[in-house]
Ligand binder design. Structure first.
Ligand SMILES: NC(=O)c1ccc[n+]([C@@H]2O[C@H](COP(=O)([O-])OP(=O)(O)OC[C@H]3O[C@@H](n4cnc5c(N)ncnc54)[C@H](OP(=O)(O)O)[C@@H]3O)[C@@H](O)[C@H]2O)c1
Length: 279
């Protein structure tokens, strides 16, 4: 297949591209060569390349930054997603569009299924939800893939931040009242490659399996790095103590049973994903 990968130079894009290129022709684009917020550019590029599929990872992903730059958030994450979806539909290309657990408010007592009602708590989540709606309004030939808590080799991420801070400080204060599923971008790339082989539509949830809080995630990261673990004290704190600009859901675990049914396998656990990353 000829696949146009948007957001190709981001954290997920740089892991996904080599995974897909073993079987497909991949054309990667990022902000410097194609701005998804510009409908003219998007229409011209997709119209002339005529890919079989478009995978849209491009987004303004700075969750706190979205609070102070809502226009940019909506222009990329909402209107940009719509531009890509309409151009893909016009070119007859299947679209896989990435979205987020932050479309939910975190009040559910159980993992969120694909048809649960979204209710974002922050600008990033609201802009991504409007992006989903713009994709749905453009036609039928799409799969919206919601994932969560990504980390990977090619981006600024929580695991690396914890390792850096643990080597500089004796005490780490980490939020213990947000629960989610940390997801390794290489494991997610494998999942996207599997999904490309299926003719699926609608929404699908894909994360590493299992869940933890950021505090529990930190404990596990440092447990896998014994020299750091023995010298750093990890203290659980609440989100209100951290006082970040964007509110986050307390519980944003996604129910991935649709994925498991279709692919016939569970995603690796978040602990296995972390071990693989740190190895
Ligand atoms: N990271 C997470 O924890 C997480 C969780 C759930 C869902 N997701 C979703 O997964 C996808 C990939 O995430 P990621 O972590 O790989 O994000 P990322 O590293 O920020 O990559 C996104 C890429 O899109 C580019 N971009 C920004 N604005 C653009 C525009 N107007 N036109 C074209 N490209 C643009 C970015 O360039 P700049 O870096 O120059 O801005 C970046 O290279 C996103 O859709 C995100 O919403 C991420």
């Amino acid at each position: 297949m000829k696949i146009l990968l948007l957001g190709a130079r981001g954290m997920l894009g740089r892991d996904l591209q080599p995974v897909l290129s073993t079987r497909h022709e991949i054309i990667g684009r990022d902000i410097h060569d194609l701005d998804i917020a510009d409908p003219g550019q998007v229409g011209a590029e997709i119209g002339s390349l005529r890919p079989n599929a478009v995978i849209n990872l491009a987004a303004f992903t700075d969750v706190d930054g979205c609070e102070s730059q809502p226009e940019r958030a909506f222009s990329v994450n909402a209107q940009g997603a719509g531009n890509v979806a309409r151009a893909s539909e016009a070119a007859g290309a299947k679209l896989i569009h990435l979205s987020t657990d932050y479309v939910f408010d975190g009040t559910s007592p159980t993992p969120y299924k694909e048809d649960a009602s979204p209710h974002p708590l922050n600008v990033y989540g609201e802009s991504k939800l409007q992006g989903e709606r713009a994709v749905q309004a453009a036609g039928e030939n799409h799969l919206i893939l919601r994932t969560a808590w990504l980390y990977g080799r090619h981006g600024k991420n929580f695991v690396d931040t914890i390792l850096r801070l643990a080597s500089q400080q004796e005490e780490l204060r980490v939020v213990n009242d947000q629960k989610g599923s940390p997801t390794f971008t290489r494991n997610l790339s494998w999942a996207i490659a599997q999904l490309l082989e299926k003719d699926l539509r609608g929404i699908i949830h894909v994360t590493n399996s299992g869940s933890c809080t950021w505090f529990e995630f930190t404990e596990k990261i440092l447990a896998l790095k014994p020299p750091l673990h023995s010298r750093v004290l990890i203290l659980p704190i609440s989100s209100s103590e951290l006082n970040r600009p964007a509110r986050r859901p307390a519980f944003s675990v996604l129910d991935c049973s649709r994925f498991e049914g279709v692919i016939g396998r569970r995603m690796r656990s978040w602990e296995e994903g972390l071990r693989e990353y740190l190895a």
